[in-house]
Design a protein around this ligand. Structure first.
Ligand SMILES: *[C@@H]1O[C@H](CO)[C@@H](O)[C@H](O)[C@H]1NC(C)=O
Ligand SMILES: *[C@@H]1O[C@H](CO)[C@@H](O)[C@H](O)[C@H]1NC(C)=O
Ligand SMILES: *[C@@H]1O[C@H](CO)[C@@H](O)[C@H](O)[C@H]1NC(C)=O
Ligand SMILES: *[C@@H]1O[C@H](CO)[C@@H](O)[C@H](O)[C@H]1NC(C)=O
Length: 183
């Protein structure tokens, strides 16, 4: 989570230290968070997310990775705001996008530096995942999958196949089945 979306260009003058990226504390923190606020949890089913990503033009070959990252960053929960990172910045939504570089936080902050996705962070918490996905894809294009600290540990290997999400007999798993070609 920490450091998600830190752009490639050199911003070391801002005092951002790459080695501060945290991997280990991500899971316990998220688990605790989700247990604590169950009423706010809008949680997508994996196949729902696969269908929505597909509609948003994410290539089918990338779907297992996007599902894996959403699972480990937010447990498929669109409304999660992460606990503050060491610099006070926070990560928003399904793909835990950092408000330091990618979206504008709701309040004035010390750390806020860029809004590269040109979006208010709160829009990244919407049930409509369009903005969150567009922003996540921009980050992925600029930084690759390692922009997400969960990637090397949990998502760089054999991933769950998504084929069954797109099979007719399982169409009931797809919220948006009519719109997905193969669903
Ligand atoms: C922004 O400020 C409001 C009111 O001061 C506060 O309720 C809210 O929790 C703050 N949001 C964040 C993300 O800090
Ligand atoms: C963010 O929200 C503010 C106030 O609600 C609005 O003025 C601004 O246009 C929004 N920015 C974007 C990029 O949507
Ligand atoms: C991903 O896995 C490959 C093969 O095991 C390895 O060579 C590579 O370094 C890994 N990448 C990351 C970012 O962990
Ligand atoms: C439907 O999904 C289940 C698991 O969710 C899978 O085991 C099964 O093979 C799928 N059915 C078809 C026809 O693909």
């Amino acid at each position: 989570m920490a450091g998600v979306g830190e752009p490639l260009r050199d911003r070391s003058s801002l005092g951002m230290v790459r080695s501060s990226w945290s991997k280990v504390r991500v899971l316990p923190v998220l688990w605790f968070l989700l247990q604590g606020i169950p009423l706010l949890a809008i949680r997508l089913k994996p196949c729902e997310l696969a269908g929505q990503l597909y509609i948003l033009d994410v290539p089918k070959s990338e779907l297992p990775l996007w599902l894996c990252i959403a699972e480990f960053e937010s447990r498929f929960n669109t409304h999660v705001v992460g606990q503050a990172n060491t610099d006070g910045s926070r990560d928003y939504g399904l793909y835990q996008i950092s408000d330091r570089y990618w979206c504008a936080p709701p309040n004035r902050t010390e750390y806020y530096a860029f809004n590269d996705c040109n979006v208010n962070c709160t829009r990244l918490l919407s049930d409509d995942i369009t903005m969150a996905v567009q922003c996540a894809r921009l980050i992925q294009k600029q930084q690759g999958w390692t922009a997400w600290s969960v990637y090397p540990e949990f998502c760089n290997g054999t991933l769950e196949a998504i084929d069954e999400c797109f099979q007719p007999s399982n169409a009931t798993d797809c919220l948006t089945s009519e719109e997905v070609k193969d669903c």
